[in-house]
Ligand binder design. Structure first.
Ligand SMILES: Cc1cc2nc3c(=O)[nH]c(=O)nc-3n(C[C@H](O)[C@H](O)[C@H](O)COP(=O)(O)O)c2cc1C
Ligand code: SF4
Ligand code: FES
Length: 655
């Protein structure tokens, strides 16, 4: 096969980023190939396999797992529209249709004609215009939920899209994502990590960063003993901002120094939890803050090779990071003998392929090793013990790693711990989306703001004339909380609006702070539709390793879909709960809980709605963004009908 020299040069360069195992270069090579040729052909699979000294199946299994890789050409301009909850609530189903119409794609006809082909296709179905100029794909959360609805046109992000924007969107030549929008902080915000985000005059160049004291904390850190830094991070009480809230310093102290194996550090920049949109801002607008935090962290845990695992849908973010890394190398903040300290470090950017499960740290590690992102069983695969290439590995979220720099800047862990509340220290970025007047990000001291204050003060309240119905407080995996309910916290009855947004209180209220993604729903929202949207996400994203998760996530989606279609049965709410109960706690990774908790909590808290809907024989009117015929959905559930009366019998899901 004739591979053009410029592509070959990029491929050879990419392979050098993986000195331990060439196999790790599989995903980067697939991206390079697809960027050049538009799709992954059989020849590509054979060629890449040979180049990496693998079998073709090792590459084919990636192409069939990661939805971003295509086996056929898309249009010359490829448009990805987000279909997940916050975007669906803001009208992304209608937007997708308008974009298709503007691009000359008859979606319904395309679906009918391509039903078989699309089913056989891997990844998401892609509708292509007859002239091959445009293609449209419905994708999962693009980490911009606060500016919903959003779409990507080729590599460009477009946020807050209005229905009338469709024709001009097809010609988009610039991204919203890299443009700071000058957004002054709310008076009660405490901006530390987000100090420079959307700030007037701020750029992501190293000069700008250095002009504001950038890399000074690195210089300070290099004068300290690594163990001292770990101790300060421990003292700070910093809990991981990626979702689980595990204490960062404690995790770091699991690393055994001076062992026979090297230690690696990985920054988790996969940001895929629906409702969460903080890390992308840091990557796009303040990449040096992350790099400084990472370099200090690597020094502390004695890592000399580190990766930033960035989700595949952030191509601009990856480019910005590459530029920032080159700037940092040129000034010896990276590379050999950093600033004369004797400490060597190299950091590389690694792009994912569009699979949510790569955010789970052991799935991420498998993916970085060039395999399907199948999470590993813990124990024994706690990354700090057996991680990347079976070596001790620290995986931390983008925001967590940025915080490390600020712990030193404040003079140490004790100072940082003064922010927030006991066991819930520091600041964190709350990402608010859904039915509020001013959605967006707000960096606050942990627990300093109640949910009611967040909605009514920071976000300027609910939409006009609406009442609060429900809140998902920590990304779509968190259990839903219902307005009007009282929550028992430390022996006190607390209303939903009075719950402080910290790890421990939200856990006590039966949910979690998770990744900081707060999704607000007002009384116009139908909880069956909402749960169905969430269930579609999890059914799409299960890695398929464990039977309860693979089958259960799909069944939960089928059942909520059936209820929506008007074919639900009286037993459906119980069946839903039963399926969810048999997933949580019975799987390899916490995705099992992540997909079961929404169903368990929605059915428990909004049982009346589910019961009433399950008995309906015909679907009630739905808002346009939810009209089910408009879903890209090739798997139909058949409902048995009584031949004499025509009414639905017990359902029979046929596939
Ligand atoms: C299904 C699933 C998805 C996850 N997605 C992310 C993610 O996108 N970003 C992230 O930082 N952590 C994610 N996590 C959490 C990681 O597994 C891990 O706990 C985290 O990266 C550790 O960093 P931290 O301690 O700094 O939070 C996810 C976990 C699960 C179970
Ligand atoms: S719980 Fe789901 S996502 Fe996690 S390993 Fe099992 S099948 Fe994969
Ligand atoms: S960007 Fe669409 S739901 Fe998150």
């Amino acid at each position: 096969m004739n591979v053009p020299p410029e592509l070959l040069a990029k491929i050879d360069e990419a392979i050098t980023h993986y000195p331990v195992s060439k196999r790790s270069a599989s995903l980067p090579l697939l991206h390079l190939w697809q960027e050049h040729f538009g799709f992954i052909s059989d020849e590509a699979i054979a060629w890449i396999a040979q180049k990496l000294e693998l079998q073709p199946i090792n590459i084919l299994e990636l192409v069939t797992f990661y939805p971003m890789f295509r086996r056929h050409l898309a249009g010359q301009r490829h448009i990805r529209v987000c279909r997940t909850l916050s975007c669906a609530m803001a009208g992304s189903y209608g937007l997708r249709d308008k974009l298709a119409a503007a691009a000359g794609i008859d979606l319904q006809k395309w679906q009918e004609e391509n039903a078989h082909h699309a089913n056989a296709e891997h990844g998401n179905p892609i509708a292509v215009s007859a002239d091959g100029q445009y293609s449209i794909e419905f994708v999962e959360c693009l980490a911009s939920c606060g500016s919903a609805p959003v779409a990507m046109v080729d590599d460009f992000f477009k946020e807050n899209i209005k229905p009338g924007d469709a024709p001009k969107l097809l010609k988009l030549q610039r991204s919203d994502a890299t443009l700071p929008k000058v957004r002054p902080p709310h008076r009660r915000e405490k901006r530390i990590v987000f100090k420079n985000i959307d700030r007037e005059g701020w750029t992501n160049d190293i000069e700008c960063y250095l002009g504001e004291g950038g890399y000074e904390q690195l210089k300070k850190a290099l004068q300290m003993k690594p163990e001292e830094i770990v101790e300060e991070v421990k003292k700070s009480g910093l809990r991981g901002r990626g979702g689980a809230g595990f204490p960062c310093g404690v995790k770091w102290s699991f690393i055994k120094r001076g062992g026979p194996k090297p230690t690696y550090l990985i920054c988790n920049a996969d940001e895929s939890e629906p409702g969460t949109f903080k890390d992308r801002y840091i990557l796009h607008q303040d990449p040096h803050q992350l790099l400084e935090g990472m370099i200090i962290s690597c020094f502390a845990v004695d890592a000399h090779l580190a990766y930033i695992y960035i989700r595949g849908e952030f191509p601009e973010g990856a480019q910005i990071l590459e530029k920032a890394l080159a700037e940092a190398r040129a000034r010896n903040f990276l590379g050999k003998n950093i600033l004369g300290s004797g400490f060597d470090l190299e950091i590389y950017v690694h792009r994912g392929g569009g699979a949510y499960i790569c955010g789970e740290e052991t799935g991420l590690i498998e993916s970085l090793e060039g395999k399907r992102a199948y999470p590993r069983i813990k124990p024994p695969y706690f990354p700090a013990v057996l991680g990347l290439y079976q070596c001790p590995t620290i995986v931390n979220n983008v925001e967590t790693l940025c915080d490390v720099k600020h712990i030193l800047a404040m003079g140490g862990g004790a100072e940082y711990a003064k922010l927030g509340r006991p066991n819930n220290t520091g600041t964190r970025i709350l990402c608010v989306s859904g039915d509020v007047k001013k959605p967006g990000y707000y960096e606050v001291e942990v627990g300093s703001v109640t949910l009611g204050e967040l909605i009514n003060d920071f976000c300027v309240g609910l939409r006009e004339g609406r009442k609060l119905k429900a809140v998902i407080p920590g990304g779509s995996s968190a259990k839903v909380l219902k307005a009007g309910e009282k929550y028992k916290i430390k022996d006190k009855e607390v209303a939903l609006e009075d719950i402080p947004m910290d790890f421990d209180t939200l856990a006590a209220a039966g949910s979690m702070a998770g990744s900081g993604g707060v999704i607000i729903m007002d009384d116009s929202r139908d909880m069956v539709q909402t749960l169905n949207n969430i269930n579609e996400f999890y059914a799409h994203e299960s890695c398929g390793q464990c039977t309860p998760c693979r089958e259960g996530a799909l069944w939960m989606k089928k059942i909520t879909h059936r209820i929506l279609e008007g074919g639900g049965t009286e037993k459906d709410p119980d069946v839903l709960k039963n399926v969810a109960d048999n997933i949580a706690g019975k799987t390899i990774c916490a995705f099992g809980e992540a997909c079961a908790w929404p169903t368990q909590s929605f059915v428990l808290k909004f049982r009346d709605e589910f019961t009433a809907r399950s008995k309906k024989e015909t679907p009630p009117p739905m808002p346009p963004e939810y009209i089910s015929e408009e879903l890209i959905e090739h798997e139909k559930i058949e409902t048995l009908h009584d031949k004499r009366t025509g009414s639905p019998l017990a359902s029979a899901a046929t596939k």
